[in-house]
Design a protein around this ligand. Structure first.
Ligand SMILES: Cc1cc2nc3c(=O)[nH]c(=O)nc-3n(C[C@H](O)[C@H](O)[C@H](O)COP(=O)(O)OP(=O)(O)OC[C@H]3O[C@@H](n4cnc5c(N)ncnc54)[C@H](O)[C@@H]3O)c2cc1C
Length: 612
């Protein structure tokens, strides 16, 4: 906690070292805020060392509970998508370091023969893949997340992962970490020296071990990728998955996306609501084929504009009746597509196919072991389809984006989320919706409970980590090993673990740390109800723009309009009924200051009547 004297001392050291500071922080998804946090733009190692030493001196005189908390977090660079992409309160701190200097993005091949490369903490993972590929003809041994904008350090800290049968988690690439300790000393956690703490700390250090200033990573000669993109119905996807078609080839990498349409998806073969990306490495000299990254960027921008620029998420939350048509025609058109497409191109561009991201998200991500017949993964999709259909039957449409599955080898040790038995693989099952959508939370809770109870699923450290879960039970002996290793690490360096400035309230609770060292919570959850309500006029504008954006999409546009026509008729009938009951006065316009549940049914009637 920063008192007035601490702030003076902090600003003295930032002033002396030319560090730019600002007040207040939010993550990319704007669901977590730290309004009182001091955010420092760190350009050099000397700067971060100076601040760390100053805070260490202050913390030595404080009670453990009162210590000043600090954490490095991604962000602060003057570019799009430079933010912390974690959706949890993991970054809770009084002082935040944005390691923005160029020296934090360096890449240096340190052992050509063995393909070992020293990489700075702040380079974004897509940029790292590109620089390794184009400058050194290398690629990482274990693949990055599909999202290319998270930083190397943040993805490793949280045990993030990509996809690929031969791929461990992203942290599995690390041979040695270079950490800055709270007393300003720089030390290594090095596998090559058989450090006994490596296997318990490195797979998911969670930011608790020190500030990661560099990592030696294992690379291999680069390949190009062939990607087959295929749209299909959910029943077809489940049948083909159960036959092992997507995951049984040793080398294959798969990402499947299912967009629920709430029309009995489990048996409905008429709607293509699943798209499967199936990559295989090919030699680097293979000619490119259908490789047009520029077009993809434009298409995805249009898609994100649908949800962000047009405030589609606000529209869907205000008028959930539109969601099934939106999912079938709009998501179906932009996100799923039709038929089969094949692309060959440079690995980084073909792998990181998603290059634009929506801000407003509600997400949960469960990781669990799967067998060769993938029945666990098939069951997860089946349960989701059953539960979303049950919700639809109640008039709720909880998912406005999609559910994704990625299959990878996984990594054992410490608090890795992808631990697995010999010969098994791991499925990351990630469900993404918009905030404030009726029915999402019950669906999420039911799915999370089911997957934990049935398949011992673990929750992604960067997505959804609720207070209500017993993480000691989830991790068992691994949690104890991590805690013992953390204590041994601090003992080794003659530091007191209770003064560890990274151990915030979020991690103290998860790790069941003693109350005497657990600081007060700092992070605020940004309440979903603060989303701007959509007035009828705004909704009409969004619908019109959606229709014109869809205009080039042939059948999809036609069907979407037909569907809205049906909804309009339904509400016109309701309107007539309303008039006969309450007189012929026209329904009033929406009052934007009212909360959703306070708004009258009239608003929906009025809105639908104005559609045409
Ligand atoms: C749209 C979206 C898509 C996503 N896709 C994927 C995906 O495909 N696969 C996947 O695995 N995850 C995915 N995630 C989750 C995301 O990758 C993780 O939350 C990741 O940890 C975020 O990385 P970041 O660089 O933003 O780190 P941050 O959120 O800034 O930090 C994460 C943690 O790392 C610590 N940390 C950061 N830098 C350092 C450092 N230098 N030293 C010590 N500790 C540090 C922080 O203190 C914090 O505790 C996605 C999230 C979003 C919002």
């Amino acid at each position: 906690m920063l008192n007035q004297d601490d702030l003076k001392a902090l600003y003295k050291v930032t002033g002396e070292n030319g560090i730019v500071s600002s007040l207040g922080w939010t993550n990319f998804s704007e669901n977590v805020a730290l309004p009182d946090a001091v955010v420092l733009q760190i350009e050099t190692e000397e700067q971060v060392i100076a601040v760390v030493k100053a805070l260490y001196a202050i913390n030595e005189k404080k009670d453990a509970k009162e210590k000043i908390l600090y954490r490095p977090l991604s962000g602060g660079k003057n570019q799009k998508y430079s933010k912390s992409f974690s959706l949890t309160k993991c970054g809770e701190a009084d002082v935040i370091f944005n390691l923005v200097g160029k020296e934090f993005e360096t890449i240096k091949v340190i052992d050509e023969e063995n393909h070992l490369v020293m990489v700075g903490p702040s380079i974004q993972v897509g940029e790292l893949d590109k620089r390794l590929y184009y400058d050194h003809e290398l690629m990482l041994k274990h693949l990055a997340s599909l999202i290319e904008r998270v930083q190397r350090s943040g993805l490793m800290a949280n045990a993030g992962h990509g996809t690929g049968n031969k791929s461990g988690s992203y942290a599995d690439n690390v041979v040695a970490y270079r950490f800055l300790l709270p007393n300003g000393e720089i030390v290594y956690l090095d596998k090559r020296e058989n450090d006994p703490l490596f296997d318990d700390l490195a797979p998911a250090h969670l930011g608790n071990v020190g500030i990661d200033l560099g990592a030696v990573v294992q690379c291999k000669p680069a390949k190009k990728l062939k990607c087959v993109i295929e749209a299909m119905s959910l029943p077809e996807f489940l049948e083909r998955t159960a036959k092992g078609e997507f995951v049984n080839d040793k080398k294959s990498m798969v990402s499947a996306m299912y967009a629920p349409t709430y029309q009995h998806d489990l048996t409905n073969r008429d709607i293509k609501n699943v798209v499967v990306y199936h990559w295989t490495p090919v030699p680097i000299n293979t000619p490119n084929q259908n490789y047009h990254p520029g077009i993809r960027l434009v298409e995805q921008r249009a898609e994100i504009e649908l949800s962000e620029g047009l405030h589609t998420t606000d529209l869907l939350s205000a008028f959930p009746e539109i969601i099934p048509a939106y999912m079938e025609y709009v998501v179906g058109s932009f996100g799923i597509g039709e038929g089969v497409k094949e692309i060959i191109g440079p690995f980084p561009d073909v792998y990181h196919y998603q290059v634009q991201y929506p801000h407003k998200l509600n997400d949960f991500d469960c990781l669990f072991e799967i067998s060769d017949d993938c029945h666990e993964m098939v069951d997860a999709f089946t349960q989701l389809a059953i539960k979303t259909q049950e919700a639809a039957d109640r008039g709720e449409y909880p998912i406005t984006y999609s559910a994704y599955a990625r299959v990878f080898q996984g990594t054992n040790g410490g608090l890795s989320t992808s631990s697995h038995r010999e010969g098994k693989k791991v499925c990351g099952f990630d469900v993404v919706s918009s905030p404030n959508i009726p029915g999402f939370e019950p669906l999420r809770d039911a799915m999370v409970k089911y997957l934990i109870e049935t398949y011992h699923a673990k929750l992604h450290w960067g997505k959804y980590i609720p207070d209500t879960i017993d993480y000691a039970a989830m991790y068992g002996e691994q949690m104890e090993k991590y805690k013992r290793a953390l204590l041994a690490w601090y003992d080794r360096h003659h530091l007191k673990i209770e003064k560890n400035p990274a151990l915030n309230n979020f991690f103290c609770r998860i790790l069941n740390m003693p109350k005497e060292m657990t600081p007060a919570p700092l992070a605020q959850t940004v309440d979903d109800t603060t989303m701007s309500p959509v007035s009828i006029e705004e909704a009409l504008k969004i619908i019109n723009q959606l229709s014109s954006l869809l205009a080039g999409q042939g059948q999809h546009s036609k069907h979407f309009c037909e569907h809205l026509d049906n909804i309009r008729e339904k509400y016109a009938l309701a309107n007539a009924k309303h008039s006969s009951l309450y007189g012929s006065s026209k329904p009033t316009s929406s009052n934007p200051s009212l909360k959703k549940d306070e708004r009258e049914d009239n608003d929906i009637v009025d809105f639908m009547c104005q559609l045409y």
